[in-house]
Ligand binder design. Structure first.
Ligand code: UDP
Ligand code: MG
Length: 335
């Protein structure tokens, strides 16, 4: 079968028929997982939608043979579409690329590493049949993940929930089945610093959980080292809350009250004539106030930086090309 390589705009416009189901999976260095993932996701897709499904793989600038593996899959199966990004843009943006290109009435968002079992699709479908707009996977166990990751994730979600107005459920990832009307709203949100699970929650409508056990990675390693996780956490907080910007006020009031007591103490010391010592207290005070100022400046900087990046209005990602079997006139767009 001929493969067709084209640009993403053409790709979305050319598709006259919408499939019932789109399965979207971002992939970064997943050559070892892909064949097995493809097999299981195809089974699940067939069962849920017979032939009426598409599988969209987004290759997020992988450095291994992910691209070649994807192209083999495309060549052998008309359901498969491979989107190659121009470089690594990160999980959330790669997912966004897939979500903008897919055209199904229902959309399954799933990681390619098989941590989220594709077999849950059937159960998710039933919940949508019953009227839900979003069915999100809620993890009851996280096998194969370090205790630190589980604990930090737990802590983070609890903290996040105290800071934001949107109800982002704890212990969820991006694994979910959503309806077209939810996806259209999601695709219309232009922000660069994306925290997709939160954005979906923000949309509202009827969102229901589906509990499942999260499996260990099928192969390969997680591409979310601690630093990246932290950055993701900051994206989540700043994307949904301005509470941190109020740190300055909180700290100001707290330190102000402290200062008031210090003033009384200082005046008392002056009155009783014992005023020379005090290097320790003075240094402590200078240090505390100095770090409080730096912290609040840092928080303001986080928001200002985001404001700056958003104000550039750059595209979210760059597509190298889209590879599929679906076109009569091939267009090459891969320079
Ligand atoms: N991923 C991606 N770009 C990246 C990092 C990850 O597209 O820069 C994909 C990865 O291939 C996987 C999913 O995003 O399908 C989740 O990544 P990972 O399993 O490393 O994260 P974790 O499950 O540990 O949160
Ligand atoms: Mg994973």
């Amino acid at each position: 079968m001929d493969m067709v390589v084209q640009n993403i705009e053409n790709f979305s416009r050319r598709r006259s028929q919408r499939p019932f189901l789109s399965i979207v999976a971002p992939c970064y260095n997943e050559e070892a997982c892909l064949p097995e993932f493809y097999r299981r996701v195809t089974d699940a897709g067939r069962q849920a939608a017979s032939e009426d499904y598409e599988i969209i793989f987004v290759n997020d600038g992988s450095r291994d043979r992910t691209r070649e593996v994807m192209e083999t899959l495309v060549a052998s199966d008309p359901h498969v579409v491979a989107i190659n990004l121009s470089r690594n843009f990160g999980h959330q943006l790669a997912l966004t690329a897939g979500l903008q290109a897919c055209s199904g009435a229902r959309i399954l968002i799933i990681d390619a590493d098989l941590q989220d079992p594709p077999e849950l699709l059937g159960a998710m479908m039933r919940k949508i049949d019953e009227g839900a707009d979003v069915v999100y996977g809620r993890r009851s166990t996280r096998e194969g993940e370090t205790r630190f990751k589980v604990l930090s994730a737990k802590l983070f979600y609890r903290l996040l929930r105290t800071m934001i107005d949107v109800d982002i459920p704890a212990d969820t990832g991006d694994f979910r089945l959503i309806t077209r009307r939810v996806l259209d709203r999601l695709n219309s949100m232009p922000e660069h610093h994306r925290f997709i699970r939160g954005m979906v929650s923000w949309i509202g409508l009827k969102q229901v959980p589906l509990d499942y056990e999260r499996d260990p990675r099928f192969a390969g390693t997680t591409e979310y080292p601690l630093l990246k996780m932290l950055r993701f956490a900051v994206d989540a907080v700043t994307g949904f809350s301005v509470t941190p910007l109020r740190t300055a006020s909180f700290l100001g009031v707290a330190l102000g009250l402290g200062s008031l007591m210090m003033v009384i103490y200082t005046l008392g010391s002056w009155l009783t004539g014992s005023t020379v010592d005090g290097w320790t207290s003075l240094t402590t005070i200078v240090l505390i106030i100095g770090s409080a100022q730096l912290v609040t400046l840092g928080v303001i900087g986080e928001y200002l930086g985001r404001l700056y990046m958003e104000s550039k209005q750059r595209p979210l990602f760059i597509v190298d090309n889209v590879v599929s079997q679906q076109s009569s006139t091939p267009i090459r767009y891969d320079s």
